[in-house]
Design a binder for this molecule. Structure first.
Ligand SMILES: NC(=O)C1=CN([C@@H]2O[C@H](COP(=O)(O)OP(=O)(O)OC[C@H]3O[C@@H](n4cnc5c(N)ncnc54)[C@H](O)[C@@H]3O)[C@@H](O)[C@H]2O)C=CC1
Ligand SMILES: O=C(O)CCC(=O)C(=O)O
Length: 500
């Protein structure tokens, strides 16, 4: 049976809840495992190192359900067009489930399921108490007007609402590739129109703008997490020596693929830490500067022109496949665009000694094998890019508590800090610089809370992953999956028993 349930809704969008055992083979990079197969392969490799039964592991691996929606809209010539969209719930072992919504012409059910599965393991790696989900809207966002986009997003949100697949306690989407804060507001507003009495309605989605219940720090969170995890890894002398690099991020040459949300913020934080961002790769070109791109000036250029192409502080290379830029000389490679970018066709040519997976699924299993043989270390997606969902979790907490972090304590802390400075200043032996005074007095703002909570989480998650990797003698990806599977299994074992 293909369909569990199918019906036409009032909005004339059509939805189908699909039992996920009906898997088809979907195409990926030729000759390699698809994205979904890759995620499952990584899962299997780690699962074999746990003492969980085969039956339980099979259940934990499977995606629980997928909602398939068809959304009609009128194009600019008034013709009716159809957009296909999905919401996959990989695991409801904890609720709400969580994961972004991707908008791209290449979205399909298999990709959405792979991304949903990654969300389950990612949340577990960073101890975010959510199950895993993901949404996908198969549409190139640049082909529709803002009004058409709003209609499509609102229809999507309406379908999720009617299917009980959104809500602060059920499923809390967020931005992913191709979507952003504005889309999240439309989703929140649509949900709220149908659940107007739900006092926690703002918590139905994260990644919202500040004035609509967002949190300071979510926009940059994924890139900042990519930075924290890289910085901390580069402090671990024993691990760093395996890569052939010297400890510390300072001075390292970095390549970033994708200058969207995650890539641009990663560039910002690595540049700020005195790294040299030597190449940034975009869809049709790459930008390079051996001495390091000035990321502040690059951002200004982007804000002015809408692109990083032809930035005067670097050389824009447009001939050939832009992915060639991945093979440029560097120490650290940060793929922050699409899945399967590092594959059998280019793995041998990658010069980086450390790969930090800011994108989801950027390295195929075949490429990983080649890279591992070369001694390249990979900090895997489910750890490296978890910063987004971590700060989304903080936003959700803020929405449920209905108060900005720091609002109740900041001025109190500042008064106490001022008293301390006064007391210290009365001691002749203490000489406080103006900066030290300021640092003691300053009370924590919402951004401070978000950023320090993120930093703490990433440091702990990296530490746990490295420990497991050493204990079992496995790579960091396998270690992260082992930790995640073990944590999920504890919760999994405590539920679903009423029907057994
Ligand atoms: N936004 C978030 O908070 C999170 C995103 N991710 C993952 O990070 C990756 C990037 O996501 P976002 O930055 O949010 O997306 P985005 O839509 O903001 O940016 C994507 C960027 O990649 C570029 N791009 C697309 N195809 C490319 C190609 N073939 N080669 C080079 N560049 C290409 C686009 O032009 C765009 O600049 C995705 O894999 C996403 O799933 C992971 C965790 C959280
Ligand atoms: O912020 C979130 O809830 C989800 C982010 C996301 O989609 C991801 O980590 O891939």
């Amino acid at each position: 049976m293909l369909k569990l349930c199918k019906r036409w809704s009032r909005s004339h969008t059509r939805r189908v809840v699909w039992p996920v055992c009906q898997r088809k083979r979907f195409s990926g990079v030729s000759g390699e495992a698809t994205f979904l197969e890759s995620v499952n392969m990584y899962f299997d490799r780690a699962a074999a190192l746990t003492d969980l039964s085969a039956g339980r592991l099979e259940y934990m691996k499977a995606c629980e359900s997928v909602l398939r929606i068809t959304i009609p809209f009128r194009d600019s010539e008034g013709k009716m067009q159809t957009v296909i969209a999905y919401r996959a719930h990989h695991s409801t072992h904890r609720t709400p489930v969580k994961g972004g919504i991707r908008m791209s012409a290449s979205v399909d059910i298999s990709e959405t399921m792979a991304l949903a599965s990654l969300m389950t393991w990612k949340c577990a790696v960073v101890d975010v108490p959510f199950g895993g989900a993901k949404g996908g809207i198969r549409l190139d966002g640049s082909t529709v007007t803002e009004a058409q986009r709003e209609k499509i997003i609102r229809s999507y949100a309406l379908e999720l609402t009617q299917a009980n697949m959104i809500g602060p306690g059920l499923d809390v989407p967020a931005p992913d590739m191709g979507t952003g804060p504005k889309d999240m507001v439309w989703i929140r507003d649509t949900y709220k129109s149908f659940r107007h009495a739900d006092v926690d309605a703002d918590g139905c989605v994260t990644g919202k703008p500040l004035e609509s219940g967002g949190i300071r720090g979510r926009l940059e969170a994924t890139g900042q997490g990519v930075y924290f995890v890289g910085r901390e890894f580069m402090k671990l002398e024993e691990e760093v020596l395996k890569t052939g690099l010297t400890p510390g991020v300072e001075g390292k040459r970095v390549i970033i693929q994708g200058y969207g949300n995650v890539g641009s913020w990663s560039a910002f934080f690595y540049h700020k830490a005195d790294c040299k961002v030597v190449t940034i790769i975009e869809r049709d070109f790459y930008l390079e500067n051996e001495d390091g791109l000035d990321i502040t000036a690059l951002r200004e250029h982007f804000d002015k022109t809408g692109s990083i192409q032809n930035f005067p502080g670097g050389k824009t290379v447009t001939d050939g496949d832009s992915a060639k830029g991945l093979e440029n000389d560097c120490d650290i490679l940060i793929p922050a665009a699409l899945e399967q970018q590092i594959n059998l066709s280019n793995a041998d040519n990658i010069k980086a000694r450390l790969i930090i997976e800011a994108a989801n699924g950027p390295t195929t299993p075949g490429a990983q094998e080649i890279l591992h043989k070369k001694g390249v270390v990979i900090i895997p997606d489910l750890l490296a890019n978890a910063g987004g969902v971590v700060v989304s979790y903080f936003e959700w907490l803020k929405n449920l508590s209905h108060v900005r972090f720091g609002r109740l304590s900041r001025r109190f802390e500042e008064r106490r800090g001022a008293t301390l400075v006064k007391a210290l200043s009365s001691l002749k032996s203490v000489d406080l610089s103006p900066e030290m005074r300021q640092e003691i007095i300053r009370g924590a703002t919402e951004s401070d809370f978000a950023s320090s909570g993120l930093e703490d989480t990433m440091i702990i998650a990296l530490g746990e992953t490295v420990d497991t990797s050493k204990r079992l003698g496995v790579d960091l990806r396998t270690a992260a999956y082992v930790n995640a599977i073990t944590k999920v299994a504890v919760v999994e074992k405590q539920r679903n028993n009423i029907f057994f």
